[in-house]
Design a protein around this ligand. Sequence first.
Ligand SMILES: Cc1cc2nc3c(=O)[nH]c(=O)nc-3n(C[C@H](O)[C@H](O)[C@H](O)COP(=O)(O)OP(=O)(O)OC[C@H]3O[C@@H](n4cnc5c(N)ncnc54)[C@H](O)[C@@H]3O)c2cc1C
Length: 540
Amino acid sequence: MCDIVRYRWRSFLDLIISNLRIPVEKDGIDEYIKAAAQKLNISENSIKFNKILSKSLDARSKKQFYYEISLVVSTADNFDNKENIPLYMEKTATKKKAGDFAERPIIVGFGPAGMFAALELIDYGIKPLIFERGKKIEERHVDVQRFIKDRVLNPESNIQFGEGGAGSYSDGKLFSRIKNTEYVSRVLDTFIKFGAPEEIGYISKPHLGTDVLRRIVGNIRQYILERGGEIYYSSKMTDMLISNGKVSGVVINGEKEYRSSAVYLAPGHSARDTFEMIHGNGIAIEQKPTAVGVRIEHPAEIINLIRYGRKYQNYPGIGAANYSFTYTNKKIGRGIYSFCMCPGGEIVNASSEDGMMAINGMSYSKRSSAFSNSAIVVTCHTDDYKSTDPLAGVEFQKEIERKTFNIGGGTWEAPAQNLMDFLSGKISLRLNNNSFKMGTVAADMHEIFPTFICEALVMAFNKWKEDYPLFVSDHAILLGAETRTSSPVRIKRSEKYESVNIKNLYPIGEGSGYTGGITSSATDAIKAVEASLSTTGISG
Ligand SMILES: Cc1cc2nc3c(=O)[nH]c(=O)nc-3n(C[C@H](O)[C@H](O)[C@H](O)COP(=O)(O)OP(=O)(O)OC[C@H]3O[C@@H](n4cnc5c(N)ncnc54)[C@H](O)[C@@H]3O)c2cc1C
């Protein structure tokens, strides 16, 4: 808002103008002002642009794409029609009371959940101790690159483990403020504060990209350290100090004990050894359903053509197109759906254990690669694990990952099959070009997965082919295996976010089994800190 203009108006109003439709070719502030002035029926000179509240692409008509925009404009308060237009009020942050714990709280894991728990504690004036099994993001990046080049996996420093957690090597899709909750807004505002572009606060499908995420992680680290938090790297929690139904601390790397009156457990969905350890310590866990399947990849221009049509296929500024597919078959009792779509992205080797291969997708902020990929996964029920052991879901994932590794030749190449060959039961003679940097080996997906997965995939592709023949076509290739869609374990907790049988232990984020994704893991952490502080009598 231009302060000089506000000064000229003795007093002014900030108004919310909703549902403006701007042709994509005309996108820009001048056009927003023009459309807002028309809506208010006043001259363009009488209003000033203040900020965008929401912006989404309407690509329903392939003849003309629009941006649907809501914004805040300022105008003099003698404006005639003011009763009919909602006023905009800036939210004011509530100052949090300084908190206290008998001993400094401990956070295990420094992914999105661990980072947001730390930031929230620091907001209350509490300085946590943070233990992360992996390395600082800069050193972790070297290990990730070395894995691609030398094919030697560091089981403690990879795409799953290390500062920033699994979220750092991702497309960085975030929930949108448009589906607003106070907590989602807080997470988005925090990302903006630490270096994300402001547009993630208002666009309908915000994403950051791995390059921006890695920078943000470094900024969050710096902020926490400057305010007295301590972060220990290459520091794996190998045991917990538990007595009389209460946690009193953790053991790091099998040697050093740290005492605390509150432990926030944020290990993510891939910390299988940690799940075993906490199960061994009697912490209540249970099986959780998950989803397993393949990555599908097409040239980005094919997805753009399907979604945008010829006119907008290469239109600059609207970005590589995304999609979402679902199919539910009541007879087999399973859903099949696209997951973690990465437009203009790449398929990555997201393994964290030797001899077991898991793949996933990520993108850079520009989403400018020549390929677009997504996981196509099938829901797996706990019955599919064929055991009542609480950790049976981990075994189920491992079995698929072992086969994937072996069928890929044991050198971290990914088993792959062109989609049409998969549907007609043939090994591909010549695999389609794809983005996977560690190489692909022609294979039969049926050899990797339990039969029900491939049967469900075939049903879904055949159904989608009816409406989207270009999607289910020679342009598509499948890579295996996508197993780490969510945790197959739940660490049971109460409404107060505390373990149901161990006091002062707060399982949070994806590893708790109650969240999925960056934003939900981050909001979960904030809520858990609030809940834990309210039991100690501290509130915001
Ligand atoms: C390649 C890829 C792409 C993804 N894309 C997206 C996306 O676009 N959008 C989205 O919302 N989500 C995405 N996800 C999922 C998202 O990354 C996770 O949901 C999110 O990171 C979960 O946050 P978290 O903090 O709970 O766990 P994590 O991010 O997994 O962090 C857990 C941390 O704990 C550490 N740790 C584990 N055990 C121990 C221990 N015993 N001691 C000390 N430290 C330990 C780990 O090293 C890790 O750093 C993606 C995941 C991957 C792998």
